[in-house]
Design a protein around this ligand. Structure first.
Ligand SMILES: Cc1cc2nc3c(=O)[nH]c(=O)nc-3n(C[C@H](O)[C@H](O)[C@H](O)COP(=O)(O)OP(=O)(O)OC[C@H]3O[C@@H](n4cnc5c(N)ncnc54)[C@H](O)[C@@H]3O)c2cc1C
Length: 514
């Protein structure tokens, strides 16, 4: 693929920038061959891959080098796109929002700087993967754990920076204390880290005055070079309750019964409840079940349910804590379930240590084989109130759209207590242009439907960042205008992640919606 440069930049000006970057990080850490550029493309892009093609990548080894890279980027007007491990699949992978940006790859900065078992936190650099964090804790016999997403190869920092989550809930809410390189190259520590040598940087959340950690999440105001993350003490025992619900509308009572238990702390983290199809897509292919046109008919889903012993909805409710408390909480959970159905809910018990020892995996990637061909995936993930009626209405609205567009439906609802997050996987055969185009149209329809309800996505793909940001329209998009005032103050040359989450610096504002 032809090299894509930042809009309006000449090759000569760009190459002068690369020479200055090589002087900072060493020639081998400015990656600008065709093969390098290919590495950072979005493998699941549904449109023209050049729309988010990087021009090159630069991989600094320290916060000092990140500072120097920022200064060069300002001097040469080079837009940078920071990634920690760049595994943001489904949301754009490592690729930048603005074509021609340089990927600022922080993978070399992968030190675990501190783990405090007694106070339950770690301080890590961006390149630390979930695998590495898990191995470090396991090898040192530290009885702490962190929730991991479906893939262990991602970065604990990068995932939290995009508000990723696991059964432990939203990982950005575990952040406590950041070290950040600002777009002008200066270095900031947030919270109590702003006091040199403070022992409470990663334990006291807010410090003194405004609390800034969350302002850097899903934003483009700085590059995080260190992060304090709260870890969870490994629970004494974990009880798992298997739930299978046969009717689509059973989801309503499940949400209304279980959400209050999350709010009252009877259950921790979140509860995932998924369609039967969600348990099928990672261990078989569509052709094993159905070869017809259009979306998978409900009759096929019913066959899946009976052959695999699944409900339309399936969940493992996790009760974690001391044994005696768990047994009391189990009674509460079973009482809530039995108010609606007398069926059997199988219960199993394990030590927390044996559960924690399992560690992260990557096998969920098999879902990409569902249709055959070159697999791709986009996630559509709106957030709604924890009301059974609202959740079931959203499910029916979404399923209808999938059926209309001839795309197989599967999804998970994550109960968080006060809200429910609905992750809909759109699996794609990228070799099928018609299927890929229909998926794009389905996504647009879902964004419009959700915003008509006042629901927005918790996170989105590069292609939809402007559309989702635009749906936050109170007072003529006052929030977007505020974000962009902050952006312009911190980053007058617009060099850091232009367009991330719909926040465009003045220098690149004309690129919105392009
Ligand atoms: C089938 C499937 C299942 C998935 N399941 C899950 C899941 O269960 N939970 C989940 O959370 N995700 C899931 N994902 C999405 C994704 O794979 C993970 O979130 C992954 O952890 C993100 O990649 P990463 O950790 O390498 O982050 P990165 O790609 O490194 O970072 C993500 C974004 O954060 C910003 N960023 C990263 N680091 C910095 C920094 N140091 N400073 C400033 N900004 C930064 C950048 O904008 C970057 O693009 C799934 C994806 C697929 C395809």
């Amino acid at each position: 693929m032809e090299r894509v440069l930042p809009p309006g930049m000449s090759a000569a000006a760009f190459d002068r920038g690369l020479i200055a970057l090589r002087a900072v990080v060493g020639a081998q850490w400015v990656l600008d061959t065709d093969e390098d550029r290919e590495t950072y493309l979005d493998p699941y892009a549904t449109g023209d891959r050049r729309a988010h093609a990087p021009s090159a990548a630069v991989a600094p080894a320290s916060a000092e080098q990140v500072q120097a890279v920022m200064r060069v980027a300002n001097a040469h007007r080079l837009p940078l796109w920071p990634i920690s491990r760049g595994k943001n699949f489904g949301y754009g992978g490592a690729a930048p929002r603005l074509p021609g940006s340089l990927v600022l790859d922080l993978g070399r900065m992968n030190r675990i700087l501190e783990v405090n078992e007694k106070l339950g936190y770690c301080v890590i650099e961006p390149g630390v993967t979930f695998y590495e964090l898990h191995e470090h804790l396991a090898n040192a016999g530290i009885a702490l754990e962190f929730g991991f997403p479906n893939f262990g190869w991602g970065s604990a920092v990068g995932n939290a920076m995009d508000r990723g989550f696991s059964f432990r809930g939203d990982h950005s809410s575990s952040i406590c204390g950041l070290e950040v390189v600002l777009p002008d190259g200066s270095l900031l520590r947030t919270g109590n880290g702003a006091m040199a040598g403070s022992p409470t940087w990663a334990t006291a959340r807010h410090g003194f005055g405004p609390s800034w950690d969350q302002a850097f999440v899903q934003a483009n105001f700085g590059v995080v070079t260190k992060m304090g993350l709260w870890l969870h003490p490994v629970p004494e025992q974990v009880i798992s309750v298997q739930v299978a619900l046969d009717q689509k509308d059973d989801l309503a009572w499940f949400v209304d019964e279980l959400s209050p238990l999350l709010m009252r702390g009877v259950l921790g983290g979140n509860i995932a409840i998924s369609t039967a199809t969600n348990s099928i897509i990672d261990n078989s292919q569509r052709k094993d079940w159905y070869a017809g046109p259009g979306a998978l008919p409900d009759s096929v889903v019913t066959r899946m349910m009976s052959e695999r012993g699944l409900g339309w909805w399936n969940s493992t409710v996790r009760i974690a804590g001391p044994e005696d408390t768990n047994e009391a909480n189990l009674k509460r959970v079973l009482a809530a379930l039995h108010r609606h159905s007398s069926r059997d809910y199988p219960v199993s018990r394990a030590t927390g240590a044996s559960q924690a020892a399992r560690g992260p995996v990557v096998n969920r990637l098999k879902v990409l084989n569902w249709y055959g061909g070159r697999g791709g995936h986009v996630g559509f993930s709106p957030v709604m109130p924890a009301s059974g009626a609202a959740v079931v209405a959203q499910f029916h609205r979404t399923k209808l759209r999938y059926d209309e567009h001839g795309i197989d439906h599967n999804c998970t609802f994550y109960l968080n207590g006060r809200t429910v997050t609905n992750i809909n996987l759109m699996l794609i055969n990228l070799d099928d242009a018609d299927h890929t185009a229909r998926t794009g149209r389905l996504f647009d329809a879902l964004v419009a439907d959700a915003s008509a309800q006042g629901y927005a996505e918790y996170r989105t793909h590069l292609d939809y960042m402007d559309a989702v940001a635009a749906s936050f329209d109170f007072n003529d998009h006052a929030l977007r205008r505020f974000n962009e005032r902050v952006k312009d103050a911190l980053d007058p040359n617009g060099i850091l992640a232009p367009g991330r989450n719909g926040i465009w610096p003045a220098a690149w504002r004309g690129q919105r919606n392009k």
